[in-house]
Design a binder for this molecule. Structure first.
Ligand SMILES: [Zn+2]
Ligand SMILES: [Zn+2]
Length: 295
């Protein structure tokens, strides 16, 4: 029952809305914007937290959690499946290789970093395709139809997009792990903090939940060239910069592939330019499947 409602996400450190990440986001916001009380007041105002768009986020979060538990997870190919296929494939193609021995600190450290970086890269490209391939954009616009932002907007994602991102994760983590098993032997482990990849844990602590908020937290310009600040994701949600800042944690992909934007803090309007969404649950699920129908 708890899983069906998604409430377990608040107590699992590999989930964005883990309580500690929420608390750290709030603390960062309070400390950094202590002299601009209007900013915090706005985030906690009725217009933001009880906007029809936000109310859809809350209902959507519960509904999509049930869909994930009942339909997506049981049917989806997992990273474990990919590992088995890939290891068999590598052994068939290239035969058995002598196991390379390196100090476990390097093995575990490099594996943890590589999983994080590879995941971030494939997330960048799939997110970019969600915008540039018209069929995929139909589904991704559910996320961008949010007119106000709060941490649960992160989960306002169509189940078709959930499936695609789940497959992407399985392929990425599965391939990296299979390569490590092939070259370094089985029994590989990751540096974790309470079950989350160490780098994910750190990224989540430095305000990841403010990405979906009206609190324009920025990092120093030099840091924003490497790590996307919450404000840079807010730019991605604005009607003018939707084709910028596709990245998740790292901004290097946006920088290298020409989609990075930062610059001075502007007043942003969130949502889609070309329509006024109805913010209905059924509409969010069904509209992308049938473009002509408005619910
Ligand atoms: Zn997007
Ligand atoms: Zn977003």
């Amino acid at each position: 029952m708890v899983e069906l409602s998604g409430l377990d996400f608040f107590v699992e450190s590999d989930k964005r809305i883990y309580w500690l990440y929420m608390v750290s986001a709030l603390m960062l916001a309070v400390v950094i914007f202590r002299n601009q009380p209007d900013i915090l007041r706005k985030q906690f105002s009725k217009e933001v937290l009880w906007h029809p768009s936000a109310r859809l986020d809350y209902v959507y979060f519960v509904a999509v959690s049930a869909v994930k538990v009942l339909l997506i997870v049981p049917l989806l190919v997992g990273a474990d499946d990919v590992i088995v296929w890939m290891v068999v494939f590598l052994q068939e193609q290239f035969g058995y290789v002598e196991r390379i021995r390196i100090a476990s600190v390097w093995l575990v450290g490099s594996y943890t970093l590589l999983i994080f970086v590879a995941n971030d890269l494939t997330r960048y490209w799939l997110h970019r395709w969600m915008h540039t391939v018209p069929l995929l954009w139909r589904f991704h616009r559910v996320h961008h139809s949010a007119q106000v932002l709060n941490p649960l907007t992160f989960y306002r994602v169509h189940p078709v997009e959930n499936v695609l991102f789940g497959l992407r994760y399985a392929l990425t983590a599965g391939s990296v792990t299979a390569l490590y098993i092939y070259f370094f032997g089985a029994g590989i482990s990751m540096m974790q903090m309470g079950g989350a990849n160490l780098f994910v844990f750190v990224f989540s602590l430095i305000g990841a939940n403010l990405r979906h908020s009206h609190i324009p937290l920025r990092y120093p310009a030099k840091v924003e060239r490497w790590i996307l600040s919450p404000y840079q994701h807010q730019l991605h949600h604005s009607v003018h910069y939707g084709f910028k800042n596709y990245g998740s944690a790292l901004s290097v992909w946006d920088r290298w592939f020409g989609t990075l934007v930062a610059g001075k803090t502007r007043k942003l309007r969130f949502g889609l330019l070309d329509e006024t969404p109805t913010h209905s649950l059924l509409g969010a699920f069904l509209n992308p499947l049938n473009k002509g129908i408005k619910l």
